[in-house]
Every structure is written in C-alpha cells, then in structure tokens.
Design a protein around this ligand. Sequence first.
Ligand code: FES
Length: 106
Amino acid sequence: MARITYITHDGKPYEVEAAPGSTVMENAVRNDVPGIDAECGGACACATCHVYVDPAWAEAVGPAEPMEEDMLDFAFDVKPNSRLSCQIRVTPELDGLVVRIPERQS
Ligand code: FES
C-alpha cells in the first residue's frame, strides 16, 4: 500500500492508503476526499480531477502524457506541477505522495 495525502485548497489534509495499480483519483473518490469531481470516471476526458503534485514528488510521479497535457488546458488555474489525478497510477514508490487540490475544478 502507499499512503497518499491530499490537501484541500483551504489546507485540510486527508490521508488515505492506496493500493498499487489504482489511481490517485480513484483513491480520492473512494475515500470521500472533497474537491475531486472526476466527472468522466478516469478517461482523461474531463479535467475535473486536477491536482497539484507537491514539488518534492514531481520526479517520482513523472510528467504528463501528451493527451493529458491537452486535457489540462481545460482545467482551472493550471500550474507547472498540475496533473490529472486519474492519470497518476499508484506504485509502492509513491508511498508518502502529497497532492494539493485546487480551489475549484472548472
Ligand atoms: Fe476525467 Fe480525470 S477523471 S480527466
């Protein structure tokens, strides 16, 4: 399992245990973390699962694929560390991952 901490825009942390192979989005939805809408269910087609990867984790998480980059254009307040959480697959190496949730998704 990998522990993921989601921090809401107002600073509230939510820690969840995530199974390898699941996505960062799925674990947020499953654990009622507020602020991740995930309207398309993880198909990289809505940009409502937008998160900011903590800079300390950027390298471990890796960059977005081109399709995700295109979809991020539709997200609110995109930053260099923006990712779509449905496109981040949990691995044991991501144990301790911290992501922040934007104030709104669109
Ligand atoms: Fe729709 Fe991630 S859930 S793009």
